[in-house]
Design a protein around this ligand. Structure first.
Ligand SMILES: NC(=O)C[C@H](N)C(=O)O
Length: 505
């Protein structure tokens, strides 16, 4: 089967193949073998619909071979990295899962693509997603749903909206992947697919060249099969970018580095772990609850102190998110009118502009339309005070609740610099209330029911905090993820604590 992907540079001549090139250099073609395996997985798992576009296999393997033959460029040298299809690439189309952008190829690469390439990564392809990132199950894509087959043979949700990236990693179709997380789009798919998914603090990773969904929440996140690979991906992307106005400046990054209360999470004994009691909701599945309890007990067994934490406003966080995110969508997606951006659906000759706009925007999927309408309503003069303004107030209360809970002060608010000895270093909770639902069952759901899957991921998004989802315990195929949430800027502590969890569970 591997032979299928042999590169044929000069019409079948083995002499010029990447393998022979490496043999002549006396090198083992390890990277090439890994890449070939990933390509075999891409063809074996094609029906899961993880990718919207992939590069030509021969060209891709040649790129890997060049990395193998040269001194390593960086930690991702020659590794196949999949990229969510709302991130601009000049070599492959960028559709955002939308019919409106189905023929769009960006004239430039997003900053994070440049960063990946600078670390030696080879782009494995563009992954499927809910249209513009709106969805929790990767079922709202113009290119069809992404799916997975559970251990018991059922076709289940892969989570959303970065479902394609998560599935690509879980099934070995790439080494690691990039996604975006607005309200849980990296963490929910990571949990449902038993891989690691990390959403960094808002503003650490550049969004230049990432198609906007809800700017004040959009964050680029990363997926890996293990914590080590995921951390390497984050480190490769974590840098100031002058082209992104929301990128955290060097000044703030330096303040974050000096904002050290606990040296690092390697010292479990001094670790104070917050248990958000408000997350123990009636709808919590028993298996999820057990995984949460096991994780907490294991950390306690290693000497960590468990601290019950009240995050009362988080019960309103989901409603606030689903007012704020659609409001930003209604503004961001206004430009796809067939004139300024996006595919034009022409009306009969002589039609007015409004008919042209209506026809073009009528091509958006049902979920995108629903959110544009919701957003336009909540921003309207009659509804703004009752919805948009209230939701912004709830967002501030959610942020305050988190700031009160953590031991460290938030480095974004230097005026409140005193640390809180009673506070916690991290919060630990489930990523989602249930394991992945069957896709078939979702068909009967009311559209807004799908939003409830984000109940545990949205609060950290509203506060811009770093959060990681990881599979725990012996059974790493149950679609259950445990989430570690840190204070703003404590991204590395989140990884350190996740490593401790991995060691002790
Ligand atoms: N984009 C995301 O983070 C997913 C979230 N479920 C949403 O639809 O907004």
């Amino acid at each position: 089967m591997l032979r299928k992907f042999r590169i044929d540079i000069s019409h079948g001549s083995e002499r010029n193949s990447p393998h022979s090139m490496l043999r002549s250099l006396g090198q083992k073609a390890t990277l090439l073998q890994e890449a070939e395996k990933a390509l075999v997985a891409q063809s074996a798992f094609k029906s899961l619909n993880a990718f919207i576009s992939v590069p030509n296999a021969d060209i891709l393997l040649r790129e890997v071979a060049e990395h193998e033959a040269a001194p390593a460029k960086g930690p991702l040298s020659g590794k196949l990295i999949a990229v969510k299809d709302n991130i601009c690439t000049s070599s492959l189309p960028t559709t955002a899962g939308s019919r409106l952008l189905r023929h769009f190829t960006s004239p430039y690469d997003a900053t994070i693509i440049e960063k990946l390439r600078a670390s030696g990564a080879v782009i494995a392809g563009k992954t499927n997603l809910d249209e513009f990132g709106m969805g929790s199950h990767s079922t709202h894509s113009h290119f069809g749903p992404v799916s997975q087959v559970s251990a018991s043979g059922q076709i289940t949700s892969v989570g959303g909206s970065s479902g394609g990236s998560a599935v690509a990693v879980a099934t070995g179709q790439c080494h690691a992947a990039v996604g975006t997380d607005t309200g849980g789009s990296v963490r929910l798919p990571a949990a449902y697919n038993n891989v690691v998914g990390f959403k960094p603090s808002y503003g650490l990773v550049s969004r230049w060249g990432v198609i906007a969904y809800a700017n004040s929440l959009d964050t680029v996140g990363v997926f890996g099969r293990n914590l080590g690979d995921t951390r390497i991906m984050f480190d490769a992307l974590n840098a100031f970018d002058a082209r992104d106005p929301t990128s955290l400046s060097e000044h703030i990054r330096a303040r974050m580095r000096s904002n050290v209360c606990m040296e690092n999470g390697k010292d479990v004994v001094s670790l104070r772990v917050g248990v958000p009691t408000d997350y123990n909701i009636d709808e919590l599945d028993t298996a999820v609850k057990n995984a949460w309890i096991t994780t907490l007990q294991a950390l306690q067994g290693q000497g960590a102190t468990l601290v019950p934490v009240e995050l009362q406003t988080t019960r309103h966080a989901l409603s606030a998110y689903y007012v704020l995110a659609p409001a930003e969508v209604s503004s961001n997606l206004a430009k796809y009118d067939g004139v300024r951006y996006g595919e034009r659906t022409s009306g009969p000759d002589g039609t007015s502009d409004s008919v042209l706009f209506a026809k073009t925007r009528g091509e958006l999927g049902a979920e995108a339309k629903r959110r544009i309408l919701l957003g336009a309503y909540s921003l309207s003069a009659e509804a703004k005070d009752n919805y948009f303004i209230q939701a912004q107030k709830v967002r501030k209360l959610v942020q305050d609740d988190f700031n009160k809970a953590f031991r460290k002060p938030n480095p974004l608010y230097p005026e409140h610099r005193t640390s809180n000895a009673e506070g916690v270093d991290v919060l630990i909770c489930p990523t989602a209330p249930t394991p992945p639902p069957e896709l078939e069952r979702l068909r009967d759901q009311q559209p807004v029911d799908a939003y409830t899957n984000d109940v545990f991921t949205v609060p950290a998004s509203l506060a811009g905090l770093p959060a990681l989802s990881m599979p725990v315990g012996g059974n790493k195929s149950n679609g259950i993820g445990i989430q570690v949430i840190g204070q703003f800027g404590d991204d590395h502590l989140v990884f350190d604590v996740a490593e401790r969890i991995e060691e002790c569970t």
